[in-house]
Design a protein around this ligand. Sequence first.
Ligand code: 16G
Ligand code: MG
Length: 636
Amino acid sequence: MPLQMLWSSSQIEGICAPLPGGVANTAQSKMLGKRKRQKGISFFSPCRLFIYLANLYVYLDSPPPEGTGPDDTRRIPHLLKGSHYRLKQTIMSQFKEVSKQSSLHPKPAGLVLQYGTAGFRTNAKKLDHLMFRMGLLATLRSKKTKATIGVMVTASHNPEEDNGLKLVDPMGEMVTPTWEVYATQLANAEQEDLLAALQDIIEKEAINMSQEANVFVGKDTRSSSASLSQAVLDGVSALGGHSKDYGLVTTPQLHYMVCCQNTQCKYGEATVEGYYKKLCQAFIQLTKNASNCTDDQKHLTVDGANGIGALKLREMESHLKGELHISLFNDGSKGKLNHQCGADFVKVQQKPPTGIKMNPGERCCSFDGDADRIVYHYADSEGQFHLLDGDKIATLISIFLKELLAQAGLDLEIAVVQTAYANGSSTNYLEDTLKVIVRCSKTGVKHLHHAAQEFDIGVYFESNGHGTVLFSKAAEEKIQQLAENSTINDERKRAALLLQNTVNVINQTVGDAISDMLLIEAILAIKGMTIQQWDALYSDLPNRQLKVKVSDRRMIDTTDAERRAVSPAGLQEAINTLVKNYREARSFVRPSGTEDLVRVYAEAETQESADALAHDVSLVVYRLAGGVGGEPKPLH
Ligand code: 16G
Ligand code: MG
């Protein structure tokens, strides 16, 4: 410790805090004795101070007291070498609490978990220790960023028995990658190494442990979520952090609260009520421009996946003031969460959810289990099912925004960010017909979000229905100024106001089923467009997704936003050769970020070709990347 740092009186005060037993206690009691006799700091001659520090360092550098087991808090000071003494005292008392509390949330020995594409996810029974530890980590992250951090307890579209956790950074975005690594390290530290793992993060990030910490916690409707979110709260309080428990909220609502809090409510009021008010007011303003909208057109059937989205939609309904009539199915009153319903089921199975009554041609949408994904669908008069996925949603929103920008006379660059899974027809439509910039990013919301931030207006959607629109600060300001300008003509004014309300209806922190739904409903109403007309913008190329089990999926490495494999050797060349056998074909493989397997995607002119190509590519993966189990079988 640099000596000059020790000369301020406050730091010398700090040195006098009580020490645990042993060598340093002697030094301390001597000092305290002197202090009683004569107040002030004059007694701390450099010489005495030096002796004190020498004793202190001897104590801290000595091995942990004999006979102390891994959980013995007398070991704690030995983890804290290098920190300032007063800080050590603060950390020590916090660490004692952590040590005590963590024994109530023990880690099953040998269990290994990974912070994946969207946080942790596994069977809920394995997660108690993880939740406690993520409460600790969120507290550290809050101290580091000097801002409120969010923790959402959910396993999204996974089955009811699973649970999981997502960490939310100050602006409502996904936690930064370095901290994903810390999350994994802390999750996997064996019980006796927990304090050392914490200390490691504190040192690496130079965290000021006396900084205040605030953590917002939310949970979905799973039966395991109540006790697991309590474990998160325990973790926060063990490290002396403050927490606010939002209870049952959708994932995007929690992201929203965090952003509101850290922008001093500039983004909105950090309450569920505030969220409904902001979104619904913007929706009502938007739909004022759809005066010819009939009651039939105002009707929407929603599949709530038996999850939190259904609950929250019910809560929000009165704020819509009759401008949208929702028939809610799979509201959790009888069905099982995500079971044969919800956005993931509909997208993967390409069929309607069960538990829902749909008339031909009627507009319907499905949320996923934590309401951060949405897809639309309908059955035509022949009973044929039609899916309008994230690509179609991005297209509709881009058309709307592009038209408004032109009407408003605003020169703002608009781009659409997709992933390799985006249907080739959507990319062609966006680039060739709509003439907007299209970017391809790696799978996972954090990657798309990041890419979309580079534009004035970034529309990002994964095909699976996860996405939103980001407006740069400059773009928002330009829109705002124009909306307030009293000298412009009516057309420009109308367009500027529509853009302004679009900014307000969209949850820019993360993809949000409720907010996306309101924007889509408003666009369809304003444009007087039916779901069939929207669907007819372009026809999806037939496609197929398959999974291949391999011994180690890390053998597959990709580049070019996951569109090309660079290892194992020969894999990409083999894929290229196979693709040439089919018309309008494309295929890629990537290791899953959420399951222990490799995903194969193929699209082609016909469904038979897409199926055959996907199978051919699966075989190549199986052979070149160490497939396990039997060889993949053809689909037909
Ligand atoms: C996660 C991602 C989702 C992505 C999916 C890919 C978030 C919030 N969710 O669910 O965006 O599409 O993982 O899964 O980022 P995969 O890597 O198993 O294909
Ligand atoms: Mg989800």
